[in-house]
Design a protein around this ligand. Structure first.
Ligand SMILES: [Zn+2]
Length: 386
């Protein structure tokens, strides 16, 4: 095995050396898990263009090596009858998926693994079915070869629990926008509501603030404040969600969700400048972030995070629209400093316009905030595979 991983590093080096595109070193998505009524659990992974994988089984442990590939590492409990937990790790130039089952995989024909070709907007997928009586309902698909198990004892994955960072925008001396509502009050109220829902669903939540304060003050400027928040999105966590309220003229309304990148139009750029502190500070930070976005185009891991941030943004935005019925301002990219160079999937949500006479007033009410919080939480949970 050791030779394989050393060779893997060598291959990765070659790939990087020749500057092959991300498409050729593609990302493996977070597992999607569903209990099937025919008595098995199906695990689906979005996979690289031509995934190569091998499987090894040992007792209640199923291991799959996929290469060449990268993934956003993570792990979580599962509550289906067949699956207890999953873990995704980067290993050399590949990805290792570990599934802990509730039954002995080796005593019966308890698993199937196969690939699905792209269809519609679905990419290549690797499908793993787990079930004690799976032989009876076997899918008519090629099955991967079983690799001889190694003699070393499998290490037990640590108690898997996903962690989400919630950033209530602004605070303390920085009120954010102010018209029918004050942004810093709404963002904190929303973040606390989202936290309650996520924690009820077994997700760890880290808050950038839980009261009316911020880092920004005499010894910490806007950039320092935003950096402190961004730094909480460390690579051992699973998602970063920054919550804000929008402002414009009285006609503008609706919800938009952003991932980091270069904004496509002047209106979005102005939005980034405002959230980056406004005035000359906002302009300077936005310009720096725009340069960073340009640099990140050649950073494969950053691009992988952009890809997963987009998936998170799409799920949050669609859930927000269905819980609130608000106008769809779309999923966009912009130079928000707080989500610059993300190490984990990171988004910024403009939950509505505090300057709109109806939406603005709604944003100050408990019932509308509850709808928004539910939409954000559902999107995040869906992304995490809950
Ligand atoms: Zn804001």
């Amino acid at each position: 095995m050791r030779n394989v991983s050393v060779f893997g590093f060598f291959l990765l080096g070659l790939v990087l050396f020749f500057g092959l595109s991300l498409a050729q070193l593609d990302g493996v998505g977070t597992p999607r898990i569903a209990a099937h009524d025919q008595g098995f659990t199906r695990v689906v992974l979005d996979a690289p263009t031509k995934p190569k994988f091998s499987v090894s089984i040992r007792g209640k442990t199923f291991e799959m090596l996929i290469s060449p590939a990268k993934a956003v590492a993570g792990n979580a409990d599962s509550d289906t009858p067949e699956l207890a937990s999953w873990q995704l790790e980067n290993l050399g130039n590949g990805v290792k998926l570990t599934l802990r089952t509730t039954f002995d995989l080796s005593s019966v024909q308890g698993w199937k693994a196969f690939t699905l070709d792209p269809t519609g907007d679905q990419p290549n997928r690797i499908v793993i079915d787990l079930g004690a009586k799976l032989g009876v309902v076997a899918a008519n698909q090629p099955v991967a070869s079983v690799v001889k198990p190694t003699t070393s004892k499998p290490k037990t994955p640590s108690k898997p629990k996903l962690t989400v960072v919630l950033d209530a925008g602004h605070g303390g001396i920085d009120p954010g926008m102010s018209k029918y509502v004050t942004e810093k009050i709404v963002t904190l109220s929303l973040a606390l509501k989202v936290r309650a829902i996520l924690e009820n669903n077994g997700v760890n939540v880290v808050m950038t603030r839980t009261g009316d304060y911020a880092w920004q003050g005499k010894s910490c400027d806007k950039r320092c404040d935003l950096d402190a928040r961004a730094n909480m999105g460390s690579s051992d966590r699973n998602a970063f969600v920054s919550i804000h309220v929008n402002s414009a003229d009285a006609r503008a309304q609706g919800i938009s969700t952003y991932l980091f990148g270069q904004s496509a139009d002047a209106e979005t750029l102005a939005q980034a400048e405002r959230e980056n502190g406004g005035g000359s500070t906002g302009k300077a930070l936005t310009r720096a972030a725009r340069n960073l976005a340009q640099d990140l185009i050649n950073d494969q891991l950053a691009q992988l995070n952009v890809k997963f941030s987009k998936k998170l943004a799409n799920l949050v935005q669609s859930n927000l629209l269905s819980t609130t019925g608000a106008v769809n301002q779309g999923v966009r990219q912009a130079e928000f400093w707080v989500i610059k160079k993300p190490r984990i999937p990171s988004i910024l949500i403009e939950t509505g316009f505090g300057t709109h006479p109806v939406e603005g007033k709604n944003l100050g009410t408990n019932w509308y905030q509850q709808k928004i919080a539910l939409g954000i939480a559902r999107g995040v949970l869906s992304f995490l595979g809950n």
